[in-house]
Design a protein around this ligand. Structure first.
Ligand code: FAD
Length: 644
């Protein structure tokens, strides 16, 4: 079999975005020898693209803010489906994680009196997002990388080796989590440039691989986001939670076609931008749902006054949670009141002086100038919904970030499910990465320190050989008949993206999702025949052929769960079940691999590869429920929960 090099570590962190880096720093500080592996260049992760800011209730701009208000907003945004303990830990710990970044060298924008400035964002009651212009993610990643370098310098002084206790493997992909019985034993990986296989042996693995957006055609996500961590967890035997909840961000670019889907940050609206239809109407006033009516302005005048006097006015409806705004834009376009290229207008040019726009939204100014030849200081942008974020993910223990059912596996960041319920509020991802990245690193390191040298899990040769054979299969793939050409991975990917976009997209219908499942079954059979030419040295077609397995697994989870949930809630909108149903609030949907041996043999169109079960959530702790008015709880909680 193939020659496979091995290295031993205590903790392997898969992913070098905010969650992965924060986990690695924590694990190393706990004394664990830690490897970080990422499939892109070190520093190139989604986190770096985050624009608007990081949500933390520091109360710098409005002293009324505190963790309880943040918790309340997060639960309202997620329509009460959040794992409440995660939302509580997140709201409590986010301010400390932001302060910590400054002690490591980050520099956030300031208020006039020198405190960290905080900006408004959809669904947040107070200005809460700490930011660095519209390039917050860049500062976050730069700071975490700097911290890693400083830890490596410490190790050099102590051990004469920068990588003695913290090493980064960049442009390397993990294709399997290896196991010894029920316990994790390491990861199978390949180097993208050379094609060389290697194994990182470790008792603890933290998955921090981000999102799944590349399964959809119109997306703000970049090439790496093929749901790898979600699939790795499934294949290792861990369940995924509530995969039906996919966030379609309301404002992606719609023109020109080559950049369709690229994000237009919510800060544009947070800083005063307004949405208009082709008739010039600020249509969001027509789309405020009953549950939010008391909190949002009823007139343009009131909405505009709120920017200067938030204590005596209600916020404009452009700042409703993302799911509401995305659905409203979709409805306007469908009603024939869209912009020339199938979106709506987002205008800052009539709302702020040009120099303020350029200072507060520098990336947006350049993005539109360079990609669409639009000067946003002089004319409106055209925007429409784009697949942005997945709320569903690996089911984890709220306190320790341990994946359910697989000992030694942890997950943090976008790949983990539960924190955001059915819809994430803007800014709550960056804080989630830091809060739960730290927790995952801490608990992974503690667990790894547990087993003595004799009791460490062993890597099974058969699993390594199987993983190598699986990875090599595209080089020997054949078509359905003897000698016929294999499937082209790029064609399969396009068909998958079109299917998910058209049939499991922003508005869902039963018949279309059933059709999607049939198409996914067909694609799954064809994907096993995906073939590539050439050799293993940097071969993007081969990489895509391997990523297809993950995208197909994850897409099936999304489609199956979306078909099962017969209500509309947050990021999941059913045209045939348009209302939110209180009885569904306590229902969580768990997806597991149907073939528990981890094989991918199941090709049955009806049954597919995924088993889905319904489980009931734990009741929300009474002191947390007491943060809400009774009238509000009545809108969300099921009858028996209210009684309890
Ligand atoms: P990522 O940052 O996505 O990193 C994932 C890492 O995993 C990468 O290093 C990748 O190479 C690696 N990886 C993936 N698969 C493998 C594999 N098989 N093997 C090895 N490595 C692998 N959120 C906010 O809170 N505020 C914002 O202002 C904001 N703006 C955003 C703007 C854009 C354009 C986008 C796309 C997202 C934005 N978000 C924002 C969301 C937020 O940026 C992401 O949810 C978050 O950064 C995800 O971080 P992560 O650490 O979970 O993963």
């Amino acid at each position: 079999m193939a020659e496979v090099e091995r290295q031993q570590w205590d903790v392997v962190v898969v992913g070098a975005g905010g969650a992965g880096l924060r986990a690695a720093i924590e694990a190393r500080e706990q004394g664990a020898r830690t490897a970080v592996i990422c499939k892109s260049l070190f520093g190139k992760a989604h986190t770096v693209m985050a624009e608007g800011g990081i949500a933390a209730s520091m109360g710098n701009v409005n002293s009324g803010d505190n963790w309880q208000v943040h918790f309340r907003d997060t639960l309202r945004g997620g329509k009460f489906l959040n794992q409440w303990r995660m939302a509580e830990l997140h709201a409590r710990e986010a301010p400390d994680r932001v302060w910590e970044l400054e002690t490591w060298g980050a520099l956030f924008d300031r208020t006039p009196d020198g405190r960290i400035s905080q900006r408004n964002f959809g669904g947040h009651e107070y200005p809460r997002l700490a930011h660095v212009g519209d390039r917050t993610g860049l500062e976050l990643i730069r700071t975490l990388q700097q911290k890693i370098v400083s830890l490596q310098q410490e190790d050099f002084r102590e051990h004469g080796d920068y990588e003695a206790r913290l090493k980064v493997f960049q442009e390397c992909t993990v294709t399997r989590v290896l196991k010894d019985g029920d316990r994790v034993s390491g990861t199978f990986c390949y180097d993208r440039e050379s094609g060389r296989f290697f194994v990182l042996e470790a008792p603890a693995v933290v998955l921090a691989t981000g999102g799944i957006g590349k399964s959809f055609k119109v997306t703000s996500n970049s090439w790496e986001y093929t749901g790898d961590g979600h699939a790795l967890a499934l294949l290792a035997g861990a369940p995924l939670l509530n995969m039906e909840f996919v966030q379609f961000h309301p404002t992606g670019m719609v023109w020109p076609p080559s950049v369709k889907g690229i994000l237009v940050t919510e800060s544009v609206r947070g800083d005063g931008g307004v949405l208009r239809n082709s008739e010039g109407k600020r249509f969001m006033f027509d789309y405020v749902p009953d549950v939010f009516k008391a909190k949002y302005a009823q007139s343009e005048e009131e909405g505009d006054r709120w920017y200067d006097d938030p204590d005596h006015n209600r916020r404009p409806p452009e700042l409703l949670p993302r799911d509401e705004v995305a659905r409203a834009i979709n409805a306007e376009v469908k009603a024939g009141r869209g912009s020339p290229h199938g979106g709506v207008f987002l205008d800052v040019s009539t709302r702020m002086p040009a120099e303020v726009i350029k200072r507060r939204l520098p990336s947006m100014y350049h993005q539109f100038k360079e990609l669409a030849d639009v000067d946003i200081t002089a004319e409106a942008m055209e925007v429409g919904p784009t697949c942005h974020y997945v709320m569903g993910g690996i089911a984890v223990d709220s306190d320790t970030a341990a994946a359910r059912e697989v000992t030694g596996l942890y997950a943090a960041g976008e790949v983990a499910g539960g924190m955001h319920g059915s819809n994430r509020l803007g800014g709550n991802s960056l804080s989630d990465l830091l809060v739960f990245g730290r927790r995952a690193g801490l608990h992974a390191a503690r667990y790894a320190a547990g087993p003595g040298a004799d009791d460490r899990p062993r890597v099974d040769e058969v699993q390594v050989d199987t993983a190598a054979a699986e990875a090599l299969r595209p080089f020997s793939a054949e078509g359905p008949e003897d000698g016929s050409t294999p499937e082209n991975p790029y064609t399969l990917h396009q068909e998958l993206q079109q299917t998910m976009n058209d049939l499991v997209g922003i508005i869902r219908r039963e018949a279309e999702m059933a059709q999607a499942l049939e198409k996914l079954a067909e694609l799954r059979v064809r994907a096993r025949r995906a073939g590539v030419e050439g050799h293993r040295q940097f071969n993007p077609g081969w990489h895509l052929a391997l990523d297809l397995r993950n995208m197909l697994l994850v897409s099936e989870c999304v489609a199956r769960a979306a078909l099962e949930r017969t209500e509309s809630r947050g990021g999941h909108t059913r045209e045939d079940h348009p209302a939110m149903d209180r009885e569904w609030r306590r229902a969580n949907l768990l997806c597991r691999l149907a073939d528990p041996t981890g094989g991918l043999a199941a090709t049955d169109a009806v049954r597919g590869q995924i088993d889905l079960v319904r489980v009931t959530t734990e009741p929300i702790r009474p002191d947390l429920l007491a943060l809400f008015e009774k009238e509000e709880l009545v809108k969300y909680l099921a009858e028996e929960e209210l009684y309890e």
